[in-house]
Design a binder for this molecule. Structure first.
Ligand SMILES: [Zn+2]
Ligand SMILES: [Zn+2]
Ligand SMILES: [Zn+2]
Length: 140
């Protein structure tokens, strides 16, 4: 998966520098949202030292390329888990176990665009997070 992210990075004309690879690896291993300071801490334990500003810049780049996303609720960063799919990337967040499920749905985007259009607004992009219980927690 880190390899496929590196390919995306290179295809967009960005070098897979050591710091970028380190941040990718950390995001890849973790399924909880991480702040730049969290990432810095994880790397420090491994003897790798990156400035948090550098980490923040790398995360911003990843977000622009859809390799990672910034969660609306926590402000933490997660690795994108979707391949190229139609529709904006969104999240369902379980309030019990913290599991995050990413999804995209073109139809949902279209419905929202129409809704906004009726109010005279032209939508370019959607960000949204759903809160509730994941399928495992809901069954309990
Ligand atoms: Zn995504
Ligand atoms: Zn859950
Ligand atoms: Zn959308």
């Amino acid at each position: 998966m880190v390899q496929s992210s590196i390919r995306i990075l290179q295809a967009q004309g960005y070098k897979a520098t050591k710091p970028r690879k380190l941040v990718l690896e950390v995001l890849e291993e973790t399924d909880k949202p991480l702040s730049p300071y969290d990432i810095q801490g994880i790397l420090r334990v491994r003897g790798k030292h990156l400035n948090h500003v550098t980490i923040y810049r790398i995360l911003n780049l990843f977000c622009n390329l859809n390799l990672a996303h910034k969660m609306l609720s926590s402000g933490g960063f997660v690795k994108c888990s979707l391949e190229a799919v139609a529709g904006c990337h969104r999240f369902m967040v379980c309030q019990q176990c913290g599991a995050i499920q990413e999804f995209a749905d073109k139809g949902l985007c279209q419905d929202e665009n129409e809704f906004a259009q009726n109010l005279g607004f032209h939508t370019e992009h959607h960000l949204s997070e759903f809160f509730g219980l994941c399928s495992r927690c809901y069954k309990k």
